[in-house]
Design a protein around this ligand. Structure first.
Ligand SMILES: C[S@@+](CC[C@H](N)C(=O)[O-])C[C@H]1O[C@@H](n2cnc3c(N)ncnc32)[C@H](O)[C@@H]1O
Length: 204
């Protein structure tokens, strides 16, 4: 990783993804979680403190050391035990059916081989378990989608490989997850091409 993506980008992400208006959305996304949870693309831990009381442990998959370090205080103050294990959502070092649930917030846009990562999550989450997600992705309106296509090359270059045009909820379904809850809307205070939200839960 270069200096920008290794050291600078995690700080930008912590600031932009950590805006206060995101907190209620994060809380909603975390709502269905319970038991042992694998959180893919843990970042700097912006969901810590929002896990419901029914969550017993969180296993953080995060490739970026700076992001993990930035979250150190949150992790050590967490009521739920959090361990970092695994660096790549597409290649998880866990046994089959090891978790009750998975969580992804603003990460499925970035993982290069998303179908493979969604398959890995299905493998490590037990049958009947839940994938909770809060993501940005393909917009519902054609005009916004045109802007997304225009901005995407810059976004990918400067935001760590982040895609704007991924139809995240459809890709979750195509990977074999059953969508049980889905809300799509534009996030307040965010330009629409970057704030087309897919928030919901899927069953394995
Ligand atoms: C936009 S950030 C979101 C971080 C955090 N989930 C949040 O909501 O603030 C995307 C995160 O995905 C991580 N990431 C990138 N590629 C990944 C991969 N292949 N597997 C798992 N995480 C990855 C990045 O390091 C980064 O922390």
């Amino acid at each position: 990783m270069g200096f920008y993506s290794d050291r600078v980008l995690p700080r930008i992400i912590r600031r932009t993804c950590g805006l206060p208006m995101m907190t209620p959305l994060r809380r909603r996304a975390c709502g269905p979680l319970y038991g042992d949870v694998v959180e893919v693309g843990f970042g700097s831990g912006l969901n810590v403190g929002l896990y419901p009381a029914a969550v017993t442990s969180v296993t953080a998959v995060e490739p970026n050391d700076t992001a993990w370090r930035l979250g150190r205080e949150l992790v050590s103050s967490s009521a739920v035990p959090i361990d970092r294990s695994g660096l790549d959502g597409s290649d998880l070092p866990f046994a089959d059916d090891a978790f009750d649930c998975a969580l992804s917030t603003f990460t499925l846009c970035t993982i290069p081989d998303l179908p493979r990562a969604l398959g890995e999550l299905r493998r490590v989450v037990r049958p009947g378990g839940t994938l909770a997600f809060l993501e940005h992705g393909r917009a519902p309106d054609a005009a916004v989608r045109r802007s997304q296509r225009r901005f995407e090359p810059f976004q990918r270059r400067f935001a760590g490989g982040c895609h704007l045009t991924r139809d995240v909820s459809t890709l979750i379904e195509e990977a074999g997850w059953e969508i049980v809850d889905l809300d799509r809307f534009y996030a307040e205070g965010t330009p629409r091409p970057f704030g087309a939200i897919h928030l919901g839960a899927a069953r394995n």
